[in-house]
Design a protein around this ligand. Structure first.
Ligand SMILES: [Ca+2]
Ligand SMILES: [Ca+2]
Length: 232
């Protein structure tokens, strides 16, 4: 009686940990803390010609790439400034191609884009292509983003785009272009949750908890075996 109760407790605990492990994915905002971004291959000649600035007008490659993914939240409002230590990202005379690496597969829900304030420099078309960890394409998004504050001055606010395709995204290619060749914006971010394990295979930490749960059952059984039987 006691042993069967202990056994069912141990199994229930282990299974509970399995279920809890599968349900731990929470929506997160992906930025410099989770992901990386690099210049796309189409900029190779510009980088070779100007290793410090590459395609960027007034901010180094290192700083421009850092500026893209440094928004601390999906609703952050960022003041646009230019020059060497500015907050913006500016390419003149052609599109900007970027390659993001999420370091793991995520199920995306929203793309956030902080565009410039006026049409003279704003991004007019964004084309995003999404790939899984095996580099299979899993989705695309083409949009004409609105201005960062609908033409008004002040901190730039993000525009949100829902992403409804099947997910498991690790790599993202983005091409940003302006109808007059100017590409100026402040941030790109993503809201996502970590993709569930492939084929429902539990992660190592979950296995460890499950094994620990069965170990408790075994320890309980051994302890009971050693307990002397007394008769009244
Ligand atoms: Ca920024
Ligand atoms: Ca524009």
């Amino acid at each position: 009686m006691k042993m069967s109760r202990l056994l069912s407790y141990g199994v229930a605990a282990g299974m509970g940990m399995l279920v809890a492990g599968a349900a731990t994915a929470e929506p997160v905002y992906l930025n410099k803390d989770n992901i990386t971004v690099a210049l796309g291959a189409s900029h190779a000649a510009q980088v070779a010609a100007n290793p410090t600035y590459g395609p960027f007008v007034d901010i180094s490659i290192t700083r421009a790439l850092a500026n893209i993914i440094d928004a601390p939240s999906a609703t952050y409002e960022e003041v646009h400034t230019s020059g060497g230590s500015g907050t913006h990202i500016w390419v003149s005379g052609g599109p900007l191609e970027l390659d993001f690496d999420f370091q793991a597969e995520y199920d995306l829900t929203t793309l956030h884009f902080w565009n410039y304030l006026t049409n003279q420099y704003s991004v007019d078309t964004i084309v995003f292509t999404f790939y899984d960890a095996a580099r299979n394409q899993v989705g695309t998004l083409t949009e004409s983003p609105r201005l960062g504050r609908n033409g008004a001055s002040g901190p730039i606010i993000p525009e949100d785009y829902a992403l409804n395709f099947p997910s498991r995204v690790r790599y993202v290619n983005a091409v940003l272009s302006g109808s007059n060749g100017e590409v100026d914006f402040n941030n790109i971010g993503f809201t996502a949750q970590l993709s569930p394990p492939v084929n429902g295979v539990p992660e190592p930490a979950t296995w460890a908890m499950l094994i620990a749960g069965f170990g408790m059952v075994g320890a309980g059984m051994r302890k009971r075996t050693r307990t002397p039987v007394t008769c009244a």
